[in-house]
Design a protein around this ligand. Structure first.
Ligand code: PEP
Ligand code: MG
Length: 566
């Protein structure tokens, strides 16, 4: 039996399946020792108490009378001793975490309600799921770390959260299989960075595999098959076995890529020095939300200050550009509200920051305090126009005015929205530099969810609208002498780099593992050919035609450069 999906991170691995469940706080069937039973039950009880308080608050101020009745019913479920006792008894008898026990009891209750002939009881299944989700969120707020993964684990999830993968930093999985998540989703950016093969787009993935199944993940061809025990053992003994995939080799080549400026994108401080050692001029993008693995929501000021200071020091005088938190609402609130229907279009990034001014000021203050040497710049995510920047600048001015011994940072805007492209001349008046986030620019310009595999064929980085947008932004920035760096996944992909350079890009910010290959390409391409390529591409009106023209041009001009997509 073979399942065909889409390759989102190359390489091949054989390993044991481990199902990851949960929407906000993800978890798996993990066992605990007998001594952990009572603390685990206490943790569960605390989560139930927290969830009950939320419900009481909602009942006190219900949006509608109908809602009050529903929340009342939910509170009754939480108060019922059978629910609490059942979960505690699963923790005790199966020696599993509170999350897993809650899931077990919920699944059991829901399936018995659904099987009922009484329509009211069948409907109650939804309420049980709802209450269970609320308690699971409360458990997530409690910051208990996930246990390490067993060796040779293949993670299987409908959608794997990047924060979940980050939590496994000390025990990386051998491979990943998911239903959702595209090439530019953060989880797979991280997977490629760590050389973890991954296949996405396998429908109903959680039902096809069980914990412990042996599977082969072929990240080159985007397929998954079951493995025999023999194949698994051979793989472990093989030189390509586990470890080989994640060691990664670096091409050492210290020659500068003439005329181009190369920066590194990082998600942890320890990668800064490695990036600089590999020739990056500085850090072009720190996704600040990744500096705090295991912490859900806004970290406190001191913790942030220490992290930004450590990053600034690790850079040893080179510039580091810290992007303010690119959270969505779901990542910073635990229970008590309906999920947004369209989070990508909702309360996220700079919007969420401005809406939660107190939390945003905390982050700005922590960044400013860390800027004692003046090598920190701030990037603002998802800027829609000048209004957002003006508001942020006034907060920065205000916080800066209260501090001493620190330097004023450079401020840049992420260009990810079509509106920002259209008013780029106005935006440039209020910022010191631009960072083009092609991952989101493609998503928002083409209206294609970057995490939805089902529409991956419409996620067309070579769409003429994207190429025109990129060219327009670069031209506008150059016209006023301000730097513009390309920092989405396109910038680190050998296939797109020559085209981006042809469109005028001279600053690239790429993940650590892409630095050597991007530098090699930039060193070996010459501008006359780039101009010729762009002249041809400008006349084309479909992504397919652009792709074919690029393949042909690369074959002619640089047959030795291996200009593949990943
Ligand atoms: C982008 O959108 O291209 C980008 C660099 O930011 P992120 O991938 O974090 O959304
Ligand atoms: Mg983005």
């Amino acid at each position: 039996m073979s399942y065909a999906g889409r390759s989102v991170s190359r390489g091949r691995a054989v390993g044991r399946a481990l199902l990851i469940v949960g929407r906000k706080r993800q978890f798996f069937r993990a066992e605990i020792t007998a001594e952990r039973v009572e603390p685990e039950i206490a943790r569960f009880q605390a989560a139930v108490a927290y969830a009950s308080k939320q419900l009481e608050a909602l009942i006190a101020k219900p949006p509608t009378q109908n809602a009050a009745d529903i929340f009342d019913a939910h509170l009754l479920i939480l108060d019922s001793s059978s629910f609490l006792e059942s979960v505690a008894s699963v923790i005790r008898s199966d020696l599993v975490t509170a999350e897993w026990a809650l899931k077990t009891v919920t699944d059991r209750l829901v399936s018995s309600q659904k099987a009922s002939s009484d329509v009211h009881l069948r409907q109650k299944a939804v309420d049980i799921e709802d209450v269970s989700e609320r308690v699971a969120n409360a458990l997530a707020g409690g910051k208990s770390p996930l246990p390490d993964l067993p060796p040779n684990t293949v993670l299987i999830a409908t959608e794997l959260l990047p924060s979940t993968l980050m939590e496994f930093a000390a025990s990386l999985p051998a491979a990943i299989i998911t239903e959702r998540g595209g090439w530019t989703s953060h989880t797979f950016i991280l997977a490629r960075e760590s050389n973890i093969p991954a296949v996405s787009g396998i429908k109903r993935v959680n039902r096809r595999f069980d914990d412990g199944d042996l599977v082969v993940v072929d990240g080159d061809n985007g397929t998954v098959t079951f493995a025999s025990k023999e194949e698994f053992e051979n793989f472990l003994g093989d030189e390509h076995g586990p470890g080989a995939a994640s060691t990664g080799t670096w091409e050492t080549d210290d020659t500068a890529a003439s005329g181009f400026r190369l920066f590194v994108n990082i998600d942890s401080t320890e990668k800064i020095k490695r990036g600089l050692d590999r020739g990056a001029l500085g850090v072009g993008l720190i996704r600040s939300e990744y500096l705090f693995p295991g912490i859900k929501g806004w970290p406190d000021e001191e913790r942030q200050f220490q992290a930004y200071l450590a990053a600034a020091e690790a850079a040893d005088g080179s510039e580091i550009r810290i992007r303010t938190f690119d959270f969505d609402l779901d990542q910073v609130s635990f229970g008590g509200r309906e999920p947004e229907k369209n989070p990508a279009l909702g309360m996220r990034a700079i919007r969420l920051a401005l809406a939660r001014e107190r939390n945003f000021r905390t982050q700005l203050r922590a960044i400013l305090r860390a800027n004692t040497k003046g090598n920190i710049s701030i990037i603002l995510p998802m800027i829609g126009g000048v209004q957002d920047i003006k508001q942020v600048r006034s907060l920065i001015d205000d916080e800066f005015g209260r501090l001493e011994g620190v330097q004023f940072p450079k401020i840049g805007a992420m260009i990810e929205l079509p509106s920002a492209v259209l008013v780029i001349d106005q935006i440039l008046k209020y910022v010191d530099f631009l960072s083009v986030g092609t991952n989101d620019l493609v998503q928002y310009t083409l209206g294609v969810d970057r995490d939805d595999e089902m529409v991956a064929d419409w996620y067309q980085s070579l769409h003429p609208a994207i190429l025109r947008s990129i060219e327009r932004v670069i031209e506008a920035a150059k016209a006023v002498g301000k730097p513009v760096s390309l920092c989405g996944e396109m910038a680190g992909s050998p296939f797109y780099v020559p085209l981006l350079a042809g469109l005028g890009a001279d600053e690239f910010s790429v993940k650590l593992s892409s630095l050597p290959v991007v530098r090699r390409i930039l060193k070996n391409i010459d501008r006359t050919h780039l101009e010729e390529i762009v002249r041809v591409v400008r006349e084309l009106d479909t992504p397919q035609a652009v792709e074919e023209a690029l393949v042909a041009a690369y074959r002619t001009y640089w047959p030795d450069l291996r200009l593949t997509r990943t």
